[in-house]
Write a protein that binds this ligand. Structure first.
Ligand code: ADQ
Length: 463
């Protein structure tokens, strides 16, 4: 268990809350997405400070005490000239697809690398001014891979960690990056590098061996006069908090209402951040095949797809949104009957409570990413099912598939087999559903996010 004496400083590109004030009314809105879902409860419990970017505003660095939070928020501003290049040009157009192994999507040619360096430097500078030398600094994700090295240059004795929320690819894919060695050197400024799965950590070490002169033995990289540990620390969700929500008797009424509104058909559910890694078009195609092959299906089945807007300024995401809109329109146009629409499509952020009511109302959850570091929707679905009912269809390419053995695993690229899996899930015997759900729930409890943080921070402090 991590000692609580050291202050925890979390550093990530996107912050956990957006402050909105208009006509004297204030509101704090929590950002959707897996990183915030995991780290907010950790900081709420432990206290500390969260350093993140504030979208283009004219101030440098401020710390805002948010009344409902038990930790502080520190915001940095990235130079206007660097912001776009850092976020869109490098982080989202190159690093995100590269680390997910989407090689043809990578736009490396004219990528504005210097903006990435400049923005990372701004994060490092604000982190230094916000933290003390004995604090634990925990840098998050692929936007900030140079920050550990920049911090180390100023604080040779500091405890610095970095966690990778997405996959890490094998060296042949990583080798596409012209600045691969700089990135690896930047990361090696940390004491502990964390990944969801042992295979991602292994890929990382293979990259270090291939592209740097540093020696690797087992999980450790010998970096000049220091040792850098690489660990597999699979992330989870705040189990107690979400169990309390799932057990709230009022939730039952909302569940009944959803089922009634959907005409008491068997319900499938998709919940995703809008992203091309999440396999949403492939999922819609699999559902369409179900409707096409079985004419009775239109009366019996419905799909609710909830999609939270994400990276709306990036062209690949705007194109994907258009493709999904068109597919939903086509499928509904073809298979709807008066009063009965097959796909209910919600393009917005839902409250956790509303999400949980949907998880409970669903007969089948479709979590079918083409590649995903972990995927917390899969965990949340199992956490919501205190009734031990419901089937999870899960992509074999999600990190969660290595843990949730009770799911029905699919290859999301193989649309026919996904259709077959949906059919199997919809007709599964209650006793099999219960057995599978029990095993998933046990694993989700074991992967509690507080245990994840304790394990990671314990490794960081133990050095
Ligand atoms: P994400 O790609 O954001 O996270 P994921 O792990 O699925 O993906 O988390 C999504 C989170 O957003 C969930 O907590 C979910 O409840 C929430 N969410 C989704 N749609 C929503 C909606 N419409 N309204 C409100 N909330 C919504 C990245 C990696 C993942 C990894 C996490 C954590 O890509 O692989 O699991 O970080 O490390």
């Amino acid at each position: 268990m991590a000692r609580k004496s050291r202050k925890l400083v979390v550093v990530s590109n996107r912050g956990p809350y957006r402050h909105e004030a208009s006509r004297g009314r204030e509101r704090w809105v929590r950002a959707a997405g897996g990183l915030v879902a995991a780290l907010d409860p950790v900081l709420q419990k432990r206290g500390g400070v969260w350093v993140s970017a504030k979208p283009a505003k004219d101030f440098d660095s401020v710390t805002v005490p948010a009344p409902h939070l038990s930790y502080d928020l520190a915001h940095i501003s990235i130079k206007r000239g660097d912001q776009r290049g850092f976020y869109e040009g490098v982080s989202n157009a190159v690093l995100w697809p590269l680390l997910h192994g989407f090689e043809p999507t990578i736009q490396v040619g004219d990528a504005p690398w210097s903006s990435y360096v400049g923005a990372n430097q701004a994060f490092a500078d604000t982190t230094i001014s916000t933290s003390g030398p004995s604090d634990l600094v925990w840098v998050q994700d692929y936007h900030l891979m140079l920050v550990p090295g920049m911090l180390r240059a100023k604080r040779s004795k500091a405890r610095i960690g970095w966690f990778c929320h997405i996959p890490w690819p094998p060296p042949d894919t990583f080798g596409i990056l012209p600045w691969g060695e700089e990135i690896l050197e930047g990361l090696l400024g940390a004491d502990v590098l964390g990944f969801h799965l042992p295979e991602y950590a292994e890929h990382f070490r293979q990259c270090v061996e291939r592209f740097t002169p540093h020696r690797v033995s087992r999980g450790t990289i010998h970096y000049r006069d220091r040792e850098v540990n690489t660990i597999a620390a699979p992330i989870g969700i705040p189990v107690d908090e979400l169990q309390a929500l799932a057990n709230d008797p009022d939730l039952g009424r909302e569940v009944d209402r959803i089922r009634e509104l959907m005409g008491n058909r068997q319900l499938m559910l998709g919940v995703d951040r809008l992203d091309y890694t999440k396999g949403i078009p492939e999922r819609l195609a699999a559902f369409e095949r179900l409707l096409r092959r079985d004419t009775g299906a239109r009366k019996r089945y419905a799909l609710i797809q909830v999609m939270v807007p994400s990276r709306t300024d990036v062209k690949a995401y705007a194109d994907l949104k258009e493709e999904i809109d068109r597919m939903v329109g086509d499928i509904n146009g073809r298979y709807a009957e008066t009063g009965r629409v097959p796909i209910h499509y919600l393009y917005r952020n839902l409250s956790q409570r509303a999400l949980f009511a949907h998880y409970r109302a669903a007969d089948v959850a479709l979590v079918t990413p083409l590649r995903d570091g972990m995927n917390l929707v899969a965990h949340e679905f199992a956490a919501a099912r205190t009734d031990e009912d419901g089937v999870l269809i899960l992509s074999e390419f999600a990190g969660a598939a290595k843990h949730l053995k009770g799911a029905v695993l699919v290859n999301p690229y193989d649309v026919d087999s996904t259709t077959a899996a949906i059919y199997r899930a919809l007709t599964m015997k209650p006793s099999e559903k219960r057995k599978r759900m029990r095993s998933m729930r046990a694993e989700v409890m074991r992967l509690d996010v507080h245990r994840w943080a304790d394990r990671y921070l314990g490794a960081l402090e133990g050095k």
